[in-house]
Design a protein around this ligand. Structure first.
Ligand SMILES: NC(=O)NCCC(=O)O
Ligand SMILES: [Zn+2]
Ligand SMILES: [Zn+2]
Length: 476
């Protein structure tokens, strides 16, 4: 069924213009003014922006962590994502040494199958780059299209890998065209500080932040960047929270290293004082790395503006306050780490970024969608509005003023860390491959309609294949 999205302001990472988008069979086939096509359904976007669907490069859906499971699975999480303007997520396939990596990939396929309402891919976690893992990886990269590998430098005795594993993963990634992602904090020193705090009787949520100072994020970021440089490989630092880490990334990039960085809405708009809330409410704001002092927010906004950070992920990892976060009553180290942001990522960035003059409209699209598509092997299928791209589209009304709240959100979790925050703008309708998932603010999608995305290898991503001219003589 054809559709024409009419009279909107189309915004990509490069351009802003008034026009129509013709969709046929899930693909954008024409962009122009006053488009007509017989039998096409007309979708009115008057007064709205027409954005490429958001790409969230960092989610944890249906993940076991901290002795419990995340509250959102692939169904609730992707419905909430769609309400928020996100049409693709890349989730972390968590692994351990108990079985081969390929078995974990099957586990993650089972979690998503029949549930996801938007398209999805997986990053693959590496805990130990032993000979078996290094032998298995090329096949997974090729056959599953999983072209990004995650190494945790923190969470000692849980997820943490050593520097040898990070280095070997970087070497393999260089050879195979994969992108290595790191959670950059010094897990060993944090472990020491956490034990010391607990021994001294300091058990409240604020000690989560006090035992993970920003210097340890900067140190690990610099170490990972140096190892990436030695391996002549590519590195993506997830959830960057602080000036120290931004500076290490900027330094590496100034030397020409292929080092990239992501931040998250929580670090841009919330600060460490949230963890001091009484009645254990501070636990709602326990992420790792932790929320920082307010001054770091400016460094993060500046880094998005000047390109030292390139993407914004949600790090969606939701746990209910009652029954999950309270596992850490009396011991902050047992509070499950993470929070719900998958739904509000897009609008918070628009509202706090574009509306407050911190990002241009095009830069907003770039950080919320396009650069993730490029880095993670999805461009130009995803991440832009262009002829031949999937019709993943958000019709966004910038005039709406609303208040974020657990009362109105769609995530399967009993609190919203942005409760009471006033934002401008709202996704009105959201299409995935040309089909409405959200229509006039109502969910009209179908569990299982999201497709698994085999992704291209790093650096192949932004090369558009040149087709032979249909009657010959083309460039191809
Ligand atoms: N960030 C967080 O606190 N939880 C999710 C796991 C991770 O990304 O480190
Ligand atoms: Zn992390
Ligand atoms: Zn995460």
């Amino acid at each position: 069924m054809k559709k024409i999205i009419k009279n909107g302001t189309i915004v990509t990472a490069a351009d802003t213009f008034f026009g129509d988008v013709l969709i046929d069979d899930g693909i954008i086939v024409m962009i122009g003014v006053d488009l007509e096509s017989e039998g096409a359904e007309l979708v009115d976007a008057t007064g709205c922006y027409v954005f490429p669907g958001g790409i969230d490069p960092h989610t944890h859906l249906d993940m076991p962590f901290g002795g419990t499971m995340t509250a959102d699975d692939f169904e609730t999480g992707t419905i909430a994502a769609a309400f928020g303007g996100t049409t693709t997520v890349i989730d972390f396939c968590i692994t351990n040494k108990s079985k081969p990596l390929g078995e974990w990939v099957k586990v993650w396929h089972e979690k998503a199958k029949g549930k996801a309402v938007i398209d999805y891919g997986f990053h693959l976690m590496i805990t130990d780059a032993n000979d078996g893992v290094l032998a298995e990886l090329p096949g997974i990269i090729e056959n599953e299209g999983i072209t990004s590998l995650k190494v945790f430098m923190a969470y000692k005795n849980v997820f943490q890998a050593d520097d040898g594993t990070l280095f070997k993963t970087l070497l393999l990634a260089k050879e195979q065209g994969a992108l290595v992602m790191v959670h950059a904090e010094n897990g060993d020193v944090i472990d020491y500080l956490v034990n010391k705090a607990l021994e001294e009787g300091n058990t409240d949520p604020i000690y989560h932040a006090l035992t993970r100072p920003s210097v340890l994020e900067g140190e690990a970021t610099g170490r990972a960047a140096d190892l990436a440089g030695m391996a002549d490989s590519q590195l993506y630092v997830v959830h960057v929270t602080c000036e120290e880490a931004v500076n290490k990334i900027a330094e590496a990039r100034s030397k020409g290293l292929k080092v990239f960085g992501e931040t998250c809405p929580q670090y841009l708009v919330l600060d460490v004082t949230e963890l001091e809330k009484p009645n254990f409410e501070g636990a709602k704001y326990v992420w790792s790395p932790p929320l920082r002092e307010k001054r770091h927010q400016q460094a993060l906004w500046d880094a998005l503006w000047n390109g030292q950070l390139q993407t914004v992920g949600s790090d969606q990892c939701s746990f209910n306050f009652k029954g999950q976060k309270d596992l850490g009553l009396g011991d902050f180290s047992k509070i499950p780490n993470g929070g719900p942001t998958i739904e509000d990522r897009f609008t918070i960035l628009y509202s706090e970024g574009v509306e407050k003059g911190r990002l241009t409209l095009n830069k907003f699209v770039d950080v919320i969608s396009t650069t993730s598509a490029k880095l993670f092997g999805l461009f130009p299928q995803k991440g832009t509005i262009a002829i031949g791209s999937d019709a993943d589209i958000v019709i966004f009304d910038p005039s709406v003023e609303r208040t974020l709240s657990a009362e109105t959100h769609h995530m399967n979790v009993d609190y919203n860390p942005y409760e009471g925050m006033k934002v401008k703008g709202e996704p009105v309708s959201v299409l995935v491959r040309g089909e409405f998932v959200i229509r006039d603010k109502q969910y009209v999608g179908e569990a299982g309609s999201g497709q698994y995305l085999q992704r291209k290898r790093f650096a192949a991503a932004d090369r558009i294949p040149v087709k032979k001219h249909p009657v010959g003589g083309g460039l191809g």
